[in-house]
Design a protein around this ligand. Structure first.
Ligand code: ADP
Ligand code: MG
Length: 292
């Protein structure tokens, strides 16, 4: 490999918003057989908005929203920010929780006015012995629309549902199609539930979906694909994605994502679009062709 062509390639990348940390990454990117894409913030914009509020157990809607925004005010999760923003729009005042615990990949546990409140996934409810059977049909119906549904329990009783929707980035479907045309196998990986994940995957043309993957298992999923002999590129934006980005053959960070993801990655897509990923792989192919 001539250092000159690598330098030219790296320079061309920088001009098109592709920041390559080292020559070896440009040399590896053309070998990728498989790309794993995080969902939230990578395929989608990562700016979810509340779409539906469902009250259960006789709770008034404003009270449900008040508990939800109070519970979520200390969470950095994009879903939490969506809920808090919704409460502000409605002009609902929040209270300060007495305690707050984040449970990664599942939700949160807080104490508000002496009441124990849980907000999160069905798994979180199940682990705490909270019945949610009555809401399953409603939850599944919302998920089929690509929405993420969070369950809220007060003192071990399911009291409401909050659904949010995130928008797919305009260029995501085109980028997926171009990767597939290049013969690259494309996967979606997310902590979100299977139905929501499938719905978003369908919009962008992805058929391989790994859903309900806990943050601590994302890297192992990438490693498993590598063990099958695949050369794996991972694309992500979140703190949760950092270990998977590091373990992938080539890790790509979304430039608008968290610093932790950018640090763990080999290549940063400054413009935050998946078309940048396609351009990076093309650049790698062109660079390696010049070398040979
Ligand atoms: P992602 O792969 O989209 O980054 P996470 O692993 O962070 O997802 O979270 C998985 C799921 O856990 C979310 O879809 C949501 O249902 C639930 N969850 C995580 N954090 C919160 C929170 N702060 N409040 C409510 N639910 C949450
Ligand atoms: Mg993400």
């Amino acid at each position: 490999a001539t250092p000159t062509s690598i330098m030219v390639g790296t320079g061309k990348g920088a001009e098109s918003g592709i920041l390559i940390k080292g020559a070896e990454h440009l040399e590896h990117a053309h070998k990728l057989t498989t790309i794993v894409l995080d969902k939230t913030g990578t395929i989608t914009k990562g700016q979810p908005e509340v779409t539906d509020i469902v009250t259960l157990a006789g709770l008034a809607e404003t009270e449900l929203v008040r508990l939800a925004i109070s519970a979520e005010k200390n969470s950095e999760h994009p879903l939490a920010q969506a809920i808090v923003a919704y409460g502000q729009q409605q002009g609902i005042a929040l209270s300060d929780p007495e305690s707050f615990t984040a449970i990664p990949g599942r939700g949160i546990e807080v104490t508000i006015e002496g009441q124990r409140i849980l907000v999160g996934t069905r798994k979180l409810m199940k682990e705490n012995g909270i019945e949610y059977e009555i809401a399953v049909a409603t939850i599944e119906q919302l998920e089929l629309q690509g929405k993420t549904v969070m369950l809220l329990a007060v003192e071990n009783q399911l009291s409401g549902l909050l659904a949010v929707a995130d928008t797919v980035k305009e260029s995501s479907a085109q980028a997926v199609a171009e990767l597939q045309k290049m013969g690259i196998e494309v996967w979606m990986m997310t902590g979100d539930n299977t139905r929501t994940a499938q719905s978003i995957a369908q919009v962008v043309g992805i058929t391989n979906v790994m859903a309900e993957v806990l943050p601590e298992h994302k890297a192992a999923k990438v490693e498993a694909l590598k063990q099958e002999g695949k050369v794996v590129g991972m694309v992500g934006d979140g703190i949760n994605d950092a270990p998977a980005l590091a373990i992938a053959d080539v890790g790509f960070a979304i430039g608008t994502g968290t610093d932790v993801a950018i640090e763990a990655a080999d290549i940063t897509l400054i413009r935050g679009e998946l078309t940048g990923l396609v351009a990076a792989i093309r650049l790698s192919k062109a660079t390696m062709r010049n070398i040979k």
